[in-house]
Design a binder for this molecule. Structure first.
Ligand code: HEM
Length: 419
């Protein structure tokens, strides 16, 4: 592979931790190349960015996911042997199950529940002077997710369960205590949900057909086999946890309302089309998923580079959403840019690229968008609040990241005239 630049560092793992979301782009700029080789996580990897790279990355004849995710991420974020690591027919069959739970009807139900739970939370805030929006969003979304999925959740356990879902997410780019916290959280959540799945199967708790809990418990795979209760639990957690993760985008949306008051005005006055563009821009502009990995399935040559079977290849998700060849002034927050966007499957990839039915793109994008929209409507139309001086810095060397203060609001009041 002499045709592409090689990063000569002995191992870039420390640099990745230090540079975080900018790791890939820093080297793309240094080598003036959208593709380069490096040593990372103890092995030789190929790193690539850009729309064409995303197209290749999502070609299932060229890449597979088996063996692409480090164990430490399986033991925290994903769960072991879950959908993220599957390939071929087994993957598309299970993906259909996920997609069937996320139709426009499900999205609308979740959005309505989200609004109800924000309203309920607001009533409790009137006694406290300040609230941390990120923390409140996690609780609201944990209640919303469990209710929607048919998972019984006592009010006394909301805080602990929400914190466990969050700890699994918070561990993905961490070493040390944050990683271990994520592992303990996953073990606890798996025990909890696994025993629920067993109770559902034994008819000990009643759950409606069509809910995520029911469908995970009774799903049969491509050869007609039910999932083990552990895998069913892991996959149900793969629905609950990412709904709680939307709290990160909601916090970023609140930050955008604060930093770009003109957007808040437009949201107040305008129709759903602007709200759509605002939410898309939140998902493009702010950092969440940094990179994705896959392994070469069969040898091929692309861009003068030899992709050898088994090689780990990393795609620069954050960089593609900020690629100056794809986005005009990518570091400006400008919702109207989405007027021109053509809906391409490979240039705007905050939740992965390609078609969700056939590849690994997130099945939860519709849900994510509708839940953020419901939350932004709550912030803009249902309440008034002030934003005190606080540390709103977003550390780019932390993965995942969020404004350091968690976004504090105060003097929250119900708006008297609600639209
Ligand atoms: C996959 C991001 C919300 C369920 C993914 C992927 C990303 C992603 C980057 C991997 C794509 C790939 O491997 O090519 C996000 C972000 C979210 C979010 C940033 C916002 C909070 C959701 C929601 C759900 C969900 C709300 C479900 C309710 C899944 C599942 C997969 C996945 C099941 C695995 C799909 C597969 O391997 O085929 N997501 N997601 N995500 N997401 Fe999301």
């Amino acid at each position: 592979n002499h045709a592409i630049p090689h990063d000569r560092s002995l191992d870039n793992s420390i640099a990745l931790m230090r540079e975080g979301y900018h790791f890939m782009q820093n080297r793309v700029n240094k080598y003036h190349s959208t593709i380069f080789a490096a040593r990372l996580l103890g092995e030789k990897v190929i790193c690539m960015t850009g729309k064409e790279a995303a197209e290749i990355f999502y070609d299932t004849n060229r890449f597979k996911r088996k063996g692409a995710t480090p164990k430490r991420i399986q033991k925290t974020l994903f769960g072991e042997n879950a959908i993220q690591l599957m390939d071929g027919l087994a993957h598309t069959h299970r993906k259909k199950l996920f997609m069937s739970l996320m139709t426009p009807k499900h999205q609308a139900e979740l959005a309505a529940l989200t609004k109800t739970h924000w309203e309920m939370a607001r009533k409790n805030w009137e006694e406290s002077k300040q609230v941390i929006l990120f923390d409140e969003a996690k609780l609201v979304l944990c209640r919303t997710a469990c209710k929607w999925a048919g998972v019984p959740l006592k009010e006394t356990e909301v805080k602990e369960r929400a914190e466990d879902f969050n700890a699994m997410i918070d561990a993905f780019g961490a070493v040390g205590p944050r990683h271990w916290k994520g592992r303990r959280a996953r073990t606890r959540a798996e025990h909890w949900i696994q025993s629920m799945i067993e109770d559902v199967r034994a008819n000990k708790i009643e759950v409606q057909k069509g809910t995520a809990m029911y469908e995970m418990a009774f799903y049969k795979d491509e050869i007609g086999q039910p999932l083990s209760s552990l895998i069913a639990a892991i996959e149900l957690i793969n629905v609950l946890r990412p709904i709680v993760a939307i709290s990160t985008f909601i916090t970023f949306a609140a930050l955008a309302l604060h930093n770009y008051p003109i957007c808040k005005e437009k949201l107040f006055e305008s129709d759903d089309a602007y709200l759509d563009m605002f939410v898309q821009e939140v998902r493009r502009f702010y950092p969440f998923a940094p990179i994705l990995g896959a392994r070469v399935k069969n040898n091929f040559i692309w861009n003068n580079c030899n992709f050898e079977e088994g090689t780990l290849v990393l795609l620069d998700v954050y960089g593609i959403n900020h690629d100056p060849t794809l986005w005009d002034k990518p570091n400006d927050f400008h919702p109207e840019r989405f007027k021109q966007w053509k809906g391409n499957l490979f240039d705007f990839i905050p939740q992965g690229g390609g078609a969700p039915e056939t590849g690994h793109r997130c099945p939860g994008e519709g849900i994510t968008i509708e839940v953020i929209k419901a939350s932004v409507q709550f912030l803009v139309h249902h309440i008034t609040y002030q934003v005190p001086t606080q540390n709103l810095h977003i550390p780019m060397n932390r993965m995942p990241t969020f404004p350091e203060s968690g976004f504090i609001i105060e003097n929250v009041k119900e708006k008297t005239s609600i639209r």
